[in-house]
Design a binder for this molecule. Structure first.
Ligand code: TRP
Length: 454
């Protein structure tokens, strides 16, 4: 039995706190590491265009739906579906979410560890005086190392667990309110440097002039997956966060604001990176190493470069930390509320088990590079399965649940705060969750996985 009913739940204090906490979850490596590398591999502007389509027509409806489910029930995802649909299998979405959280943490925290390595290398002075080939070599050498990626992964996992453990999350939020705007300023400085490099225009063309012939099933599926990943949707993170949102907040406008900021940061990261790629002679299709190779190059080309590089990598690590906290929270809230476990015990068990998988993932470009399934190593497999399959599948069921199963009155009450707002957007929202979003996701699945051919 769920024990959550009698528990006094935390809640975010006010408008800015909601948007800040959800944006803290959404903005992270997904925007600054993953968006640029996928854009680089999937045709630039064409990818951006498809991505923007999904963000607006699928991302906003799914995020709003998660908020509705979370705030209406005041539960973790599993408990929320049990409460809204007793005796029906919808709670399986919650279970899949916990599994996805587990898998995402195992590779996301590895990349977060890479940012710590680069912070360290920057302080140690090793990022200066290197050309593109040397920086590429440095990245490859690092991820192939049998020890360092694992060490940094464990450090980062420990940090995440500590914060979840001690309940100082609110303290963290206080700092991130100052530090994240600082990261944004730093990104803008990087953009200015990048677009003023000689030969930068080709990078802007690459990012903003879509070559529609580059669009294919794989590009579309990747863009859909990235929109889910970047917005932290499809696995119940935002159901959990929604359960902490106060009754007088406007859910739909909070969701739109978060989606807009998240997307803006991704595009800014793109503007910081692609002009430099073309100006400094790198390759847009460098894969997961892209930002770690290109940005040090850019820093070398600006005054106080080492200082900026150091600041950048530590802020990026912090942005990642506010995301890993939110993913771990999904697992911990589930174990605490549904398995009746003490929060601290749940945190320890979750951390130890994620670490076991994470260590394997951390070594998957090095000693375990031979461990492959369908041509993908463990890291790539976790990334593909979660982002391209599990999150969109979760999102599909979430919109189907809101659009076709749940009593529309309940959704209406949540979205208008029991009639306090007019909710003129309600018919549009309903249309999106009933038809546009589910059809879009289902079509991308069938098409992207090669089940249908157009
Ligand atoms: N959105 C985060 C980022 O872009 C990562 C993340 C946090 C996430 N919580 C999530 C991804 C839940 C998917 C689901 O860095």
């Amino acid at each position: 039995m769920s024990n959550s009913s009698g528990i006094e739940r935390d809640s975010f204090s006010g408008r800015f706190a909601v948007v800040a906490a959800v944006a803290g979850s959404a903005i992270g490596l997904g925007n600054i590491w993953r968006f640029p590398y996928l854009t680089g591999e999937n045709g630039g502007g064409a990818f951006l265009l498809v991505y923007l389509f999904f963000v607006v027509f699928v991302g906003i409806p799914v995020m709003t739906s998660e908020f509705v489910i979370g705030r209406a029930t005041q539960r973790n995802p599993y408990g929320a579906f049990k409460k809204l649909a007793p005796g029906k299998p919808w709670y399986l979405i919650g279970i899949m979410g916990v599994a996805a959280a587990f898998m995402i943490l195992a590779f996301y925290t590895v990349v977060a560890g890479w940012t710590l390595e680069y912070f360290y290398q920057s302080v140690a002075g090793n990022l200066s005086g290197k050309n593109d080939a040397e920086l590429t070599q440095m990245f490859d050498g690092f991820v192939k190392n049998p020890f360092r990626p694992m060490l940094w992964f464990l450090v980062f996992m420990g940090l995440t667990a500590m914060i979840n453990f001690s309940g100082v999350k609110n303290g963290i939020e206080k700092y991130t309110k100052i530090l994240m705007p600082l990261l944004l300023i730093l990104l803008i400085i990087l953009c200015i440097r990048s677009v003023t490099l000689k030969g930068a225009a080709a990078g802007l063309t690459f990012l903003f002039r879509p070559d529609l012939s580059k669009i294919n099933p794989q590009v579309i599926l990747t863009a859909l997956g990235q929109s889910f990943f970047s917005l932290s949707i499809g696995m119940g993170t935002l159901i959990t966060y929604g359960s902490y949102i106060k009754k007088d907040e406007n859910l739909a406008s909070s969701a739109s604001l978060v989606v807009a900021s998240d997307t803006l940061i991704a595009v800014i990261a793109g503007i910081a990176i692609f002009p430099a790629v073309f100006a400094l002679g790198g390759s847009a299709a460098s894969g997961p190493g892209l930002v770690f190779i290109i940005l040090p190059s850019v820093f070398q080309n600006m005054p106080l470069g080492i200082f900026f590089a150091t600041l950048f990598f530590i802020l990026l690590a912090l942005a990642a930390l506010t995301s890993t906290i939110s993913v771990l929270e999904v697992i911990v809230a589930f174990m605490a509320e549904e398995l009746n476990m003490a929060r601290r015990k749940a945190t320890i068990i979750a951390t130890v088990s994620v670490s076991a998988l994470g260590i394997i993932t951390a070594l998957s470009y090095g000693p375990l590079a031979g461990l492959k399934l369908a041509g993908k190593n463990v890291f790539e497999l976790l990334e593909y399965l979660t982002s391209n399959i599990m999150l969109p599948l979760g999102g599909l069921f979430i919109v189907l649940f809101i659009g076709w199963f749940l009593n529309p009155e309940l959704t209406k009450n949540e979205l208008t705060n029991d009639g306090k707002f007019k909710g003129r957007f309600l018919p549009l929202f309903r249309f999106l969750v009933r038809y546009i979003a589910p059809v879009a996701i289902a079509a991308v699945f069938l098409y992207g996985l090669g089940i249908i051919k157009l």
